[in-house]
Each structure stands twice: as C-alpha cells, then as structure tokens.
Design a protein around this ligand. Structure first.
Ligand code: GAP
Length: 444
C-alpha cells in the first residue's frame, strides 16, 4: 500500500486533502491523473447501467428532508459502538480495538487493546455516523439536516416521479452516481474507509416473487463488470452475509470483495431490500409509493434489488490491481525495474503520449501536429524531455496504453512507432492512420 500511496501522490492520482494544513482525516483530493481515472470508472459504470432500455438515471440533492433518514432507519440504526480512552482522549470503534493503534504518541507501537485491558476505556456508546448541519438561518433542532450517507434514498423517494416521467414499468431500475458522507470513527487504508466518498448505486424495482431471480441476475452482472474492466479474477470473490448479519432492510446480501494488500475488503454490495424502502417512505410521508399496473389493474409495492458500489473504493481496487513492478530492458541492453500501471484501456487516464525522438530536424513540429490531430478524440500527452526510455517509463507509471514516437524514418515515409504499454512491442504505423488505429484498440 505504501508504494501505491506514494505513486499516487508523486504522479498526481490522489493527494491528502488540505495537505498544507496537515491534512483532514478521512478526506482525499484527486489529482490530474486521478480525476481522469475516477471519471472513467464512473463513465464505464454509467454506460453499463443506463445504455440499456430498462434503467433511467437521476441526480438527486445531497441534502434531503430529515424525515427521509427517519424512514430509512439511519437516525435510529446508522450507528457504530464507540469507546473513549480516558487517558489520551482518543476514540475507537468498540468492535475494531484489536486493529487500532493506541492514540498516545508517547506509546509508539502499542495497541489500543492493551489500554483496554488496563481499564482505560469508557463504556461503549452508540455514535451516529451521519454528518449534521443546519438549513436556513436558524441553528436549532428544527433546522437540522444531514449530509446523505448513501445515494440510495434519493432514488427511492423519486421512484414514482421517474416511473411516471419515463413511462417505465417494473422490472426497471434507477441509477445514480454521487457523493456520500459518513463520519467514520476509524478511517483507514487510504481510500478504503473515508468520510467523504462517491457511490454508484442502482435500484432495480421488481414485483415481489421475481426478486430472487433478479438478485441472481444483478449479482452476476456486477461481478462481470469488474472482470470486463480487467480486474484479476483470483482477487475477486463473493461474500454472502450470514442471516444474523443482514442489514435491517435486507432479505439477502452479497458483497463483491477485492483482495487488497491489507486483506479482502468489500467494494460493492448487492442487496435484496424487499419492499422495505417504499413501504417505509409510504408510512413516513403519508404518500402512496405503490405502482399501479394498467394492464393487470393491480396495485403493489415493488421489491428492490440494489447494486451499491463505491466509486472511490473501486478506483482504489483498480489502482492496486494495475500496479506491477517488472524487469524491462534499457536502451543499452541492461535490465531495470519498471513500474507499470496495467490499467484497462478504457480506464487509463491518458490514452496516448506523443514524443519527438530528438528536438531537431522538424521532429517536434511533426509530433505536435500528431498531438493536435488526436486531441479532440482522446486525452493525449506531449513529452519532449529526456531520453525516450525515460519518457516511456513515465508513461508506464501513468498507465498510458500507447506511446507514439516520431523518429528519423518519419521524415522519409511519414510512419511513426507505436509502442504498446504491456508488451512493450513497437509497430510502425502511417501517421495519418493513427486516429483509426487508436480508436479501434481503445474501444476494445
Ligand atoms: N445503499 C447501500 C449502502 O450504502 P454500504 O455497504 O454501506 O451500502 C456501499 O455501501 C458501498 O459504498 C460499499 O461497498 C463501499 O464500496 C462504499 N463505501 C461505504 N462506506 C464507505 C466509506 N466510508 N469510504 C469509502 N467507500 C465507502
């Protein structure tokens, strides 16, 4: 993980939030490469979900009516047990003391469990993970609103709006990508557990009775999505929630887990939420959330199959999965270690880099023209500094699938070399055929 965190900062994938002020715990900023990778992850998800006829998209507000969170159960249940250390005043999740270091810098390397044994902890108390703020000018209890801890509720409360506007009939889904906030007690492992993060959630509304079939369908679809984007199969697994561990709304639930360097961790949850959500919103709002089927003249509350992926966690899994240290030959035939991000082409932040071999004989001008011709279609990068081998290495670290070099042969026959990141093989391509060549390969 240390290598990934350090590469993320050095190459501009991820920075600590407010770094110059010492950072803000549980918050991260995406740099120039990171923002592209994150966008590509979200675009791939959005395409796979909404470029089909049975799913619509929404983008709901982050602030919602406070009754939403009473209906959802978050005000009552979205809590973690927490203990305070009476000596150093650090706060720990009561169920994670074993994994937590002691909060006192004077006891370096000591585990919090030792302080617990020594009786330094308070009794466990329930701590609600929702961030609170006030809406309007009065800062009193009537003005309390929450930053949403999940995007799902914005979909549930809009179920009938979307259904009526789009004239969809169950089975159909609503997809949304957006920020969510949780005041996690222990943030840890880089982007894995943060206080501000993004979710990619889809709620699929079906008639009760067909829910188990659709649950199986979405489970398989979601695993296939990660595999299609090149994630290593052996590092992915399903984890079924035991009946006694199911969330209060779920009839069945599977996590898709990725094997991070610190162990297996959930990147997505697939839940059979039954008719819990729409029933609760009907009770709390007093408005019917039932669907009326014109054909059968039936009125019913749909069941919901939820696919809930973390965009930030998936980003981190793609980043970890892509990282490789490999032996590669240098220009003078020796071997060196290259760091290469083997990101799927669709996810790679930069699709192609263009280099003049040397900065003379008209090569920079030709390379600039190639760059300009490609720019409207892909994110490209122009680099003319240092030995070409060094430039390849810099693009390997950024995960750029293709490097195009203008050399002396280009001056004679208008061909360029195209070097592929993973195989490091080079091909000569006519420079006016480059656009098509790249388009075909990047669409794969
Ligand atoms: N609507 C259901 C729901 O929110 P969840 O299992 O609490 O379910 C879904 O969250 C996904 O959101 C997780 O699989 C994870 O990828 C992401 N996620 C949850 N909490 C997170 C956090 N503190 N930091 C980063 N990602 C988080």
């Amino acid at each position: 993980m240390d290598k990934i965190v350090s590469l993320s900062k050095r190459r501009g994938f991820v920075f600590q939030s407010s770094e110059i002020y010492g950072g803000l715990n549980g918050c991260w900023d995406y740099g120039p490469l990171g923002v592209e990778l994150l966008r590509n992850v979200k675009d791939q998800w959005w395409q796979s979900m909404t470029y089909r006829e049975d799913i619509e998209g929404v983008d709901a507000a982050i602030l919602m009516h406070p009754r939403v969170w009473e209906a959802s159960g978050h005000v009552e249940n979205f809590t973690d047990p927490m203990v305070d250390c009476k000596e150093c005043k650090a706060r720990f999740r009561a169920d994670q003391i074993e994994d937590s270091p002691c909060g006192n810098p004077a006891y370096k390397g000591r585990k919090a469990s030792k302080c617990q044994v020594e009786g330094k902890f308070t009794e466990a108390r329930q701590f609600n993970l929702m961030f609170k703020t006030f809406i309007g000018p009065m800062e009193d209890s009537t003005a309390v609103v929450y930053l949403r801890p999940e995007t799902a509720q914005g979909i549930f409360v809009n179920f009938l709006n979307v259904q009526a506007a789009s004239r969809q009939k169950p089975p159909f889904g609503i997809a949304q990508i957006g920020k969510a906030f949780r005041n996690e007690i222990n943030t840890k492992n880089f982007l894995f557990r943060t206080r501000e993060f993004e979710q990619m959630e889809m709620q699929f509304f079906v008639k009760g009775g067909s829910d188990e079939k659709w649950f199986e369908y979405w489970k398989e679809q979601r695993m296939a999505w990660f595999l299609r984007l090149g994630m290593t199969k052996a590092k992915l697994q399903f984890h079924r929630h035991e009946p006694d561990k199911l969330a209060h709304y779920a009839k069945d639930a599977y996590d898709i887990e990725y094997e991070f360097p610190f162990g297996w961790g959930e990147i997505e949850g697939i839940h059979n939420r039954t008719d819990f959500d729409l029933t609760r919103h009907e009770q709390y709002s007093g408005k019917s959330m039932k669907y009326y089927d014109e054909e059968t003249k039936e009125r019913y509350t749909p069941y919901i199959i939820e696919t809930s992926a973390g965009a930030s966690r998936s980003f981190m899994a793609f980043l970890v999965d892509a990282y490789r240290e490999e032996q590669a030959p240098t220009a003078d035939g020796k071997m060196e270690t290259r760091v290469v991000m083997r990101l799927h082409r669709r996810l790679a932040p930069i699709k192609a880099a263009v280099f003049p071999l040397v900065n003379r004989d008209g090569m920079p001008e030709i390379a600039r023209n190639i760059e300009l011709a490609l720019r409207p279609h892909f994110r490209v990068f122009y680099d003319d500094s240092g030995a070409v081998g060094r430039r390849y290495r810099r693009q390997d670290e950024a995960g750029t699938p293709y490097c195009i070099t203008v050399d002396s042969q280009t001056l004679q026959d208008q061909t360029v070399t195209v070097r592929e990141r993973d195989t490091m093989k080079q091909e000569r391509i006519a420079s006016d055929a480059l656009g098509r060549y790249l388009r075909e390969r990047l669409a794969e």
